[in-house]
Design a protein around this ligand. Structure first.
Ligand code: PRX
Length: 571
């Protein structure tokens, strides 16, 4: 769609800094903002929280403003420092050391954030898991990472298959009435006894900080390994793209189980010392508008799915709330529809700034800054210090308007450093010095990038990344299912929905009850967002002669498109 560019709005933003940043850019300039640049003592938890807690004019500022349907709480920088110190002491007492993997499997809460920083402060690697994960999803991640400790709530414990997790030695339970034992640690009881002083474990910039598991088109979810060095880019993009300023009230809607919820739900805002609104509970247009209104949110980072829901909720809902505190609005995770941008200007009098990046990239790479004209439908331009291009399969750059692989020149600060225990997989991302994203896109003559789709079979449903292999593997565990092929089917609200094609085992009838039973089986085994919304029964699932499911062919059938080259199809 061709739409008029929406010009930058001078006056509201830190335009000067951004323009300066682009001139003779060098990441060294950003490093000077950190205390370790002078002291040599590195730990992202220190830069994010303690540095502000040690500043007399900042320590009593609210760092975390938490609200859930049943709870509201505020923590200052000093309180967050003290609580994370206490938790670091608990971890140390129970033998956690530098480099150990400690996973967090619980809903957003003040305890989540205190624990998270405690893990970083002992030099361990944090593995945040989305609270909606069911047994299989939890098993895969804890097994692969060989996590020795898990922090969870008593309610979620039934989804942790402890008998399959020989490395998991201790479980911290955050809840009332915990029965402590050699294996189970009572969070609140131990926190009460723990000292608020802790000597942070100083690390190297290249030491591990976070493992985020994410899906590809084949195999189990892979552990994307990020190091402390990533803070450099979290800080820089917090300044240039989120445009964070001293008195901002910032809200990122993403859960820390996803990378957006750590890079931009934890690091970027707190590195800049702003008040961070954290909201638990389910999404409704009322609760989201209401959060901006109640907390006077000034900068809001959210996702197209949520914005589309706000659009469809209509003006009557919007008019019940005062959104005038909002200065800056951004989006990530899936294509941002030009119509939604038009809505934003009309309904909120704000431009919506699309940003592009991935779990693997650790931080934003291609963005619409406050300072540039937005071309609706474009993801924007590379941030300072990042070189992006469109390349062919050999890593040769393509001219403007030619579609190809969206690729980034290796070497940005927040780049993943490994795929956990899978060096071959890591190497496969890089071609001719370029990190190849798996997204197809083109570039226009002014350097704006335009997203076209995924080049592999990865599904993006409501901004959440789902690997078809994981869903297929779960489906065939159901006693009625013989074979399964899973695709993303375009959907106006969710971007894509998951559609499964299955064949049934001998003796099973295709009834609505059976299909529902299969759906629930995936939902309760894996997670709700991975459960297929549509299931269609087939006589056979198309496969190559080597046995690979031809998802592309399933998709062409579904969309009524030409089937292309089927020469590898099994007889
Ligand atoms: O296909 C792209 C899509 O989300 C993928 C990355 O997903 P994930 O690792 O879960 O990270 C999401 C949040 C950083 C990308 O390969 N994607 C992300 N941002 C955009 C996008 N697609 C279109 N437009 C975007 N702005």
């Amino acid at each position: 769609m061709d739409m008029q560019p929406i010009p930058a709005r001078e006056g509201k933003h830190n335009l000067k800094d951004y323009h300066n940043a682009r001139k003779n850019f060098d990441w060294e300039q950003v490093k000077r903002k950190f205390s370790w640049y002078e002291t040599g003592k590195v730990n992202a938890a220190y830069e994010t929280i303690d540095r502000h807690a040690e500043n007399p004019s900042k320590k009593n500022q609210v760092a975390l403003s938490y609200s859930a349907p049943d709870r509201e709480e505020e923590l200052t920088f000093e309180q967050l420092k003290n609580q994370s110190n206490q938790f670091a002491n608990v971890l140390k007492k129970h033998g956690i050391e530098k480099g150990d993997r400690v996973f967090l499997f619980m809903p957003r809460s003040p305890e989540f954030y205190a624990s998270f920083f405690g893990v970083l402060k002992v030099g361990a690697i944090a593995g945040p898991l989305f609270e909606a994960f069911m047994e299989q999803a939890v098993r895969d991640r804890l097994q692969d990472s060989e996590a020795t400790m898990l922090i969870t709530t008593p309610d979620l414990l039934y989804r942790v298959p402890q008998e399959d997790l020989p490395d998991l030695k201790k479980i911290v339970l955050v809840g009332d009435k915990v029965e402590a034992s050699e294996r189970y640690i009572d969070y609140f009881a131990e926190m009460k006894q723990a000292s608020e002083d802790f000597a942070i474990e100083w690390v190297d910039l290249e030491d591990g900080m976070i493992l985020h598991y994410t899906s590809g088109s084949t195999g189990k979810p892979k552990g994307v390994y990020h190091v402390h060095n990533a803070m450099i880019q979290h800080y820089a993009t917090g300044e240039w793209v989120l445009d964070l300023q001293e008195n901002d009230i910032y809200w990122c809607t993403a859960d820390p189980g996803w990378v957006t919820g750590t890079s931009y739900g934890i690091f970027a805002p707190w590195l800049h010392g702003v008040t961070n609104v954290i909201r638990g509970g389910r999404f409704t247009p009322e609760s989201w508008y209401g959060t901006v209104d109640k907390y006077n949110v000034t900068v809001w980072y959210t996702a197209p799915t949520a914005l589309r829901k706000l659009v469809s909720a209509g003006e009557d809902v919007a008019n019940q709330f005062d959104m005038s505190s909002l200065r800056h609005l951004l989006s990530v995770g899936e294509p941002l529809n030009p119509e939604v941008i038009t809505w934003g200007v009309k309904a909120l009098d704000l431009r919506i700034h699309d940003t592009w990046w991935m779990t693997e990239t650790g931080a934003m790479l291609i963005c619409n800054y406050p300072t540039m004209d937005i071309r609706p439908g474009s993801m924007g331009k590379p941030i300072p210090g990042v070189e992006a291009s469109i390349v062919d399969n050999e890593g040769n750059e393509l001219p403007p308007y030619q579609m190809g692989n969206l690729a980034i020149k290796k070497g940005w600060p927040s780049m993943m450093r490994a795929i956990w225990k899978n060096p071959g997989k890591y190497d496969s991302y890089f071609v001719n010095g370029w990190y190849v994203s798996g997204d197809s896109a083109y570039k226009d003559e002014d350097g704006y990038f335009w997203f076209q789709g995924r080049l592999d079979d990865v599904i993006n449903t409501s901004g959440e990344r789902v690997g078809p292999f994981e869903v297929e593997s779960k489906l065939i565990e159901h006693e009625a299912v013989a074979e399964a092929g899973v695709i993303g089917k375009p959907d106006p609200e969710r971007g894509e929905i998951i559609k499964a094609f299955i064949t049934l085992n001998e003796g099973y009838e295709a009834t609505d009850e059976l299909l529902e039973d299969i759906r629930v089986f995936v939902k309760t085994g894996l997670s709700a967002h991975a459960a297929p919304r549509e299931i269609e029964i087939k006589d056979t699932i198309p496969k190559t002669r080597s046995g690979k499911i031809m998802r592309r062919l399933l998709k062409s059938w579904e969309l009524g498109l030409p089937t292309g080259d089927t020469s590898t199809l099994e007889e």
